[in-house]
Design a protein around this ligand. Structure first.
Ligand SMILES: O=C(O)CCC(=O)C(=O)O
Ligand SMILES: [Fe+2]
Length: 353
């Protein structure tokens, strides 16, 4: 049951994140916008309160539990496979969590933003009956509200980066398919290894909902993994690789991972719910220095090509997933090939490391 829990212990190291008020952001509050900018440029992670998506998030936790509790044979009919597809079901033990090829222990379900938007027509794929039964009541409202939240935050970053109005938003317009998706993750109780290995998110912005601990962040420039304590009624938001690259590294895509929940919480099954905004598939991941002086000045100091991947958003996501799948592993180099901006996240610390 996803409802069962124990308190988050008070003797583990936690990362104190800034709390941003979504309603203030939406109203155009300049101070709140500046707080968000500081969070994005320093840590790449923050709490978001007053987002108004609580009811839909609760529905997603229930839908995730219903779906991930289906018999394995049923879920396997929707497995994402080894060719780099993201949407569908990801079975436990199919991806590596480190360079040694250690197996993961989480399963998750990814529902394409495009499939929710085009429902009842399918854009990318079909889903289990527990998903389709809740498409109209839960998933579509969750996806729509999450998109709105992420686009509101993106508009703040666009302005602060000195980009022309709409420049960043249009890379996420709905004129073509995109990799945006909703995710429900399930981790079994009593684990001792990483559920999801250290990674940076592939896309633009992540809107995440945790009830139990387990999420850990390696703050930029730090060597110490810290838990993020779930804050009731608040989402955890973070910047992904695509936005970090568009901004020439000004916005941070921080390394994070999912570990067993701390203390007494480790005895419980852990569920989490996320929404990932990703650029349109055809968008090339490259800095926007030609559109912003601030980005151009920053890029002038960075090694050439670091923020020009020569890769479309779709290729970027597919490569990383493909290289994570254990079936495709040919040694530690396959793990390294799965990485995105992790090397930049580690190097450009706010503490000067
Ligand atoms: O489950 C969580 O708290 C985080 C999951 C995550 O980092 C991801 O799915 O990318
Ligand atoms: Fe993540």
């Amino acid at each position: 049951m996803p409802g069962l829990t124990a308190p988050f212990p008070d003797d583990v190291p936690v990362h104190p994140l800034p709390v941003i008020d979504y309603e203030l952001l939406r109203q155009g509050d300049r101070q709140e916008a500046y707080k968000l900018w500081t969070a994005g440029t320093e840590q790449g992670f923050w709490y978001l309160g007053n987002h108004g998506v609580d009811e839909e998030v609760n529905g997603m936790f229930d839908m995730g539990a219903e779906t991930l509790d289906l018999p394995l044979e049923e879920k396997m009919r929707f497995e994402q496979g080894d060719s780099g597809d993201s949407f569908g079901y990801k079975a436990k033990g199919t991806i590596q969590t480190d360079a040694n090829g250690t197996r993961d222990n989480v399963e998750f379900l990814n529902i394409a933003q495009d499939d929710a938007q085009s429902w009842p027509k399918s854009t990318h794929r079909t889903y289990p009956s527990t998903v389709t039964a809740r498409m109209s009541s839960t998933i579509i409202p969750f996806v729509q509200k999450s998109m709105e939240v992420n686009m509101t935050m993106l508009a703040v970053f666009e302005r602060q980066l000195g980009l022309p109005r709409g420049e960043l938003l249009r890379l996420h317009s709905q004129e073509g398919p995109c990799g945006g998706e909703a995710r429900c993750v399930k981790t079994p109780p009593n684990q001792s290894t990483a559920g999801i290995g250290a990674h940076t998110d592939f896309g633009t912005l992540t809107f995440l909902h945790n009830r139990l601990g387990g999420l850990q962040v390696l703050p930029p420039g730090s060597q110490r993994w810290l838990y993020i304590k779930p804050l009731p009624g608040h989402a955890v938001c973070n910047i992904g690789d695509a936005l970090s690259i568009f901004s020439g590294g000004i916005l941070r895509s921080a390394l994070h991972r999912v570990m067993p929940p701390p203390g007494a919480q480790s005895r419980f099954e852990r569920y989490s719910v996320a929404f990932f905004t990703r650029p349109r598939n055809s968008v090339v991941l490259r800095h926007l220095g030609q559109k912003s002086d601030m980005i151009a000045r920053t890029i002038a100091k960075a090694p050439e090509s670091e923020f020009d991947t020569g890769t479309t958003s779709a290729e970027w996501v597919a490569r990383r997933i493909r290289k994570l799948r254990l079936k495709n592993r040919q040694g530690p180099e396959t793990w390294y090939a799965s990485l995105g901006t992790e090397h930049i996240a580690r190097r450009t610390g706010s503490s000067g490391a």
